[in-house]
Every structure is written in C-alpha cells, then in structure tokens.
Ligand binder design. Sequence first.
Ligand SMILES: *Cc1c(COP(=O)(O)O)cnc(C)c1O
Length: 394
Amino acid sequence: MTAYAGGERTGPTAPPMRARAVVDLAALRANVRALRARAPRSELMAVVKSDAYGHGAVPCARAARQAGASWLGTATPQEALALREAGDTGRLLCWLWTPGGPWREVIEADVDVSVSGMWALREVIDAARACGRTARVQLKIDTGLGRNGCPPAAWPELTAAARAAEAEGLLTVTGIWSHFACADEPGHPSIKAQLAVYGEALEEAGRAGLEPEVRHMANSPAALTIPESHFDLVRTGIAVYGVSPSPEIGLPSDFGLRQVMTLAADIALVKRVPPGHGVSYGHYYITPGETTLALVPVGYADGVPRHASGSGPVLLGGKWRTVAGRVAMDQFVVDLGGDLVEVGDEAVLFGPGDRGEPTVEDWARAAGTIGYEIVTRIGTRVPRVYVHEDALQD
Ligand SMILES: *Cc1c(COP(=O)(O)O)cnc(C)c1O
C-alpha cells in the first residue's frame, strides 16, 4: 500500500485516492507503550476486534506486538483465526461465541477461548476430546455489566465443572475475567461493586481448585483511571488507537496518547452559487448569501455519520468548515463562506490535531455518539494507508 504522510503522497507511483484513512503505526506503538507505563505490573492485551476498530487488524496487531502487547484480544473466533493465518503466534483470546464454534479450529490454533456458561463449556470439552488437545479456557464472570459472563449464582457450578475437565486433561483454565459497565464514568458506584463481586468470584474459583494464569477486568477507561482494576492484564482497545473512551475520562493527550487514524478526502468540485440556494437532500441548508461550495467526496457509506448533517467539522483551506445540509451516501458539501479552495485540495475530517484539524472526539460530539463508533464505522471503500510501519525507526 502507498505510503502517505503529512498531507503529501510519497512515491512517484502513488495512485490518486478519493479518500483515505491514514493509520500511523508509530502512534499506535507509542500508545501501547504509554498504556504499559500506566499499568506497569500488568501485561497488556491489545484489543483488535472489528478489524482493530476499523484501523486494520493485521498491521495493528503486528505493531502492538512490537510495542510489547503480550496478548491480543478479539470478539469472534473468526477474527482470532484470521490473525493466526496472518502469522501471529502470541497469546490471543477471543470471547464472543455462539453454539457450534468453531471450537476445534480455535483450540488447534492455540487460541484462548472465553466461556460464560455451561453450554459453551460442554462444547469446548467435546472439541478438545475430538482433536486430542488441551483447550485453554478463560472463565468469564458477570460482575454486574449484565451482558456476557456467568451470573454469580451459576459460578460455583461452572468453576467446578471446569475444574473437573481440567483434572481430566481436557482443558486448562488460564484466566478468570470480567468486564466493567461504567469504567468511563470515574467514581461510579458500580465500579467498586463490580470489583467486590470479582474478588468473590476469584475466591470461589480458588476453592474449586482453579489457579488461573491471568486475572483481568480493565478496559481502556479502567486501565487509565482505576489502578486497582489492573490485576495481571489490562485489555485496552480504544486507547491503543489514541481515542478517548469518553469526555469524562479526558482527552487522549491527558494520557500521552495520540490519535492513530487520519481521515481525509480530496475536494471533487468547487462552485459559486447565488443566495438562497438549497444544498443537498431535503434542502436543510440554504446559502445565506452568494458563496462558494466545496464537495467532499465521502458520505455515510464511508462511515461519515448522517447524524452529523449540519454539524460535522472539516479542516479545509486552513479553517474549520461545517457540513452544510445532509450527509449523503457518498458525499457532502461545505460552505466556504466566500473563501476559495482548489479542486483536489485535501479536506481533513479528523486526525490527531497537529494541523488544527478536528479529532475523532469532535466528530463523536457532532454526531451524538462515541469515538468508538466513529472509527469502527469507516467503510471498506476507504483505503487504509499505513505509515511508520518500521518499528526500528521509533
Ligand atoms: C471491546 C472490549 C474491550 C476493550 O474496550 P475499550 O474500552 O475499547 O478498551 C475489553 N474487553 C472486552 C470484553 C471488550 O469487548
């Protein structure tokens, strides 16, 4: 893929690109190192589910490993297997299972699997028997999130059954883990309550005879703000990509993190229009006077939220502009207010902010959502362009 940096395409053969998501792997590696420094007694799992939050799973996984992520995490088993196919051989956990597996393929690929209930434990045991391997299982307790995880009332049964299978050599319980509901709201009473339930679950597991290698609870906001949640491993996703988990937590720069993705597009048309001219579907924007409009060739199919119609910010011609009218599937318009830009000039939707451009957090606010959704929804039609791939240059 073409190298692209600082607004200039590098290399004489670089093809023109309507739009691109530039992924700065040096920033990603620096973020991993900054997070490891925040949790110095714990290992770090880089969560690379959903194509590394839209950044590209394989290059991001490799960069995270280079910066010392001893674990990777995915939601689905298919995501984990894709990393193995790409050559990753380190510790890797996947946690979102449905009946039918693919348990056997994942066990044979030496991936740790999460189990939240008896149905899953039975399927892992059957698969381990069928392939003659010892499965690596991490038991998940629901300490209060109310989503995945074993309810405390069913925990004694699950831990005892897992211990029995362990004694038969069918599996090893490598981890006991849980997930927070409100770690992005510092001081929320559920945080202490979940930690207490987790402590009881660990005790119960110990009574059942389990000796897990890793205990872990912390996602990015907990890794950043709740040291007592770090245990043996922190599972950081959004912070690895240099995006804040929530406005309450603070800005990425407060934690020495740098946004990894820059989303930019080349202006496709610039034109003068008279006052009172309707702009884009539904005419939700009417030009207040004679002005110039610029056409930005990305739309909601590329992940630009339609909810940011009339509010999304763009750096163009040295100033912030705002989406004029509706975001369409493939394009939107900005009103230059009489300024001039050229066709082919670069519009930066978001980036780390060095050039005065908006950030992912700015788009999250404009669209009434969270940064996670902004980056994960960047569409497959937008090429990912990797820069600073060489870790030796850090
Ligand atoms: C996505 C996810 C994470 C990472 O969360 P961030 O807030 O992005 O750090 C950690 N653990 C589980 C179970 C997840 O699903």
